[in-house]
Design a protein around this ligand. Structure first.
Ligand code: AMP
Length: 173
């Protein structure tokens, strides 16, 4: 059984919904939008430039496939797909990850306010926009049970991919 890690954190396979030989999809501990998920290489490397060609390929293909499903399942109309590549760019977990977030018209008063929200720097954003502060205060870490339930719902859409592309291990737990 493969041990999954997100940076220094061990990840339970039950919180993973997408898996191939090079990458996995993880539900978010503190989602910014409903359906905000992360696509992560299995190998723990901090920077986008550290990825092999195969990993970079699989990561982007995974973002395409997963984006299509979460946009549909969470009734989005668009997607924010973003990478914070290095600490100066806001990366908090030193392991490459693509954020995939379903978006709807008007979900944020100013469309690009979603970027500082991803960072959640304490106090910094509060002074700028009150509604963002309220949203942040409400964004508590989710329980393992809640995350596993969401991963279970999304996982069914990717069973064939897991079996065909070397990621069956999430189904064996
Ligand atoms: P970044 O600031 O770009 O490094 O994003 C880190 C992301 O990882 C945030 O969306 C966090 O909510 C999420 N996160 C951190 N730890 C975990 C974890 N153990 N499981 C799932 N998501 C996590």
């Amino acid at each position: 059984m493969t041990a999954f890690k997100f940076g220094p954190y061990p990840i339970s396979a039950s919180e993973i919904f997408y898996s191939t030989r090079n990458v996995f999809g993880l539900v978010n501990l503190k989602p910014v939008t409903p359906g905000h998920v992360l696509i992560i290489p299995r190998r723990v490397v901090p920077r986008f430039a550290d990825l092999t060609t195969a990993e970079a390929h699989d990561l982007v293909i995974a973002a395409q496939r997963v984006g299509k499903v979460v946009e549909r399942e969470y009734k989005g109309e668009s997607l924010t797909i973003t990478v914070q590549d290095g600490p100066a760019a806001g990366q908090t977990v030193p392991h490459v990850h693509i954020h995939v977030m379903p978006r709807r018209k008007g979900d944020w008063a100013d469309n690009d306010d979603i970027y500082p929200e991803i960072n959640r720097k304490e106090g910094e954003l509060g002074r700028a926009l009150k509604n963002r502060v309220d949203a942040e205060a409400e964004r508590k870490p989710r329980s393992h049970e809640e995350m596993a339930e969401e991963a279970g719902k999304l996982r069914v859409f990717f069973k064939d991919v897991s079996q065909a592309e070397g990621g069956a291990d999430i189904w064996n737990n």
